[in-house]
Design a protein around this ligand. Structure first.
Ligand code: HEC
Ligand code: HEC
Ligand code: HEC
Ligand code: HEC
Length: 135
């Protein structure tokens, strides 16, 4: 009898692990990546966590927009065939119309650093190079 309980426990624990992992792959049904992502530039890389930012109540469209610069909602993003079109460097590259937003550095620093300085509510974001950049 005892063995059945032990077995049931392991089966339950295993299925809990599987469900837990698939939830972690996505930020709790928002369609945003659940794990911290590493954004690669030509020379540097930086880390970014959707979870940290969505917990602040920031909406997708504060960072993601389309080619007309219209903010994208979670529904717009869910309807995309390929999420790779969200990648900033698809548009912010040397062919971009506005010279000040051609480099990945300018596009990101404008978006990320401006808000970190300004803050959300009473929370400010980190502004030292090493807070975002990783080796
Ligand atoms: C709030 C986060 C954040 C902070 C703080 C920050 N950066 Fe960045 N930076 C980024 C992101 C994101 C990118 C784009 C991804 C990448 O290239 O690493 C970037 C890109 C760059 C690039 C272009 C790298 C490349 O490979 O094209 C340089 C250079 C750079 N940052 C230097 C700095 C320096 C120097 C500081 C400190 C004075 C700094 N950054 C602070 C987020 C940040
Ligand atoms: C504070 C800024 C910010 C917010 C808010 C944000 N994202 Fe992102 N997201 C990013 C950055 C930066 C990347 C990396 C883009 C790149 O690789 O150039 C990214 C990448 C993604 C990717 C992966 C794209 C790929 O490479 O396939 C998905 C999917 C995504 N975001 C969905 C969402 C959704 C859905 C929301 C709202 C629920 C959201 N994001 C909110 C900044 C943000
Ligand atoms: C589909 C193309 C496209 C993608 C992908 C894209 N942008 Fe943009 N972005 C634009 C256009 C168009 C504008 C408007 C430029 C203007 O008004 O001159 C713009 C403007 C901006 C601006 C300046 C205006 C503002 O909103 O503050 C920043 C900063 C910016 N983008 C950052 C980003 C970041 C960061 C990402 C990735 C998370 C990203 N963009 C992805 C097309 C794009
Ligand atoms: C709308 C405002 C806003 C934008 C845009 C934003 N951040 Fe943040 N970020 C914050 C705030 C506020 C915090 C502090 C959160 C806290 O203390 O809970 C933070 C925290 C962080 C942290 C430290 C927490 C952690 O994950 O370890 C990193 C790293 C970071 N942001 C990177 C970025 C990068 C890279 C971008 C641009 C792609 C970005 N942020 C865009 C507001 C923003």
């Amino acid at each position: 009898m005892k063995r059945i309980w032990v077995l049931t426990f392991f089966v339950l624990a295993a299925s809990w692990l599987v469900i837990g992992t698939s939830l972690a792959a996505e930020e709790q049904g928002t369609g945003a990546p659940g794990e911290e992502i590493i954004i690669k530039g030509e020379k540097k890389s930086a880390r970014f966590s959707h979870a940290v930012h969505l917990d602040l109540g920031v909406s997708c469209g504060q960072c993601h927009h389309n080619s007309e610069h219209q903010p994208l909602t979670d529904k717009d993003i869910a309807a995309m065939e390929n999420s790779q079109q969200l990648q900033c460097a698809n548009c912010h590259n040397k062919d971009f119309a506005e010279p000040k937003l051609q480099s990945i550095k300018d596009a990101y620093h404008t978006r990320c650093k401006e808000c970190h300085k300004q803050g959300v509510g009473d929370k400010k974001g980190p502004t030292k190079c090493g807070d975002c950049h990783v080796k």
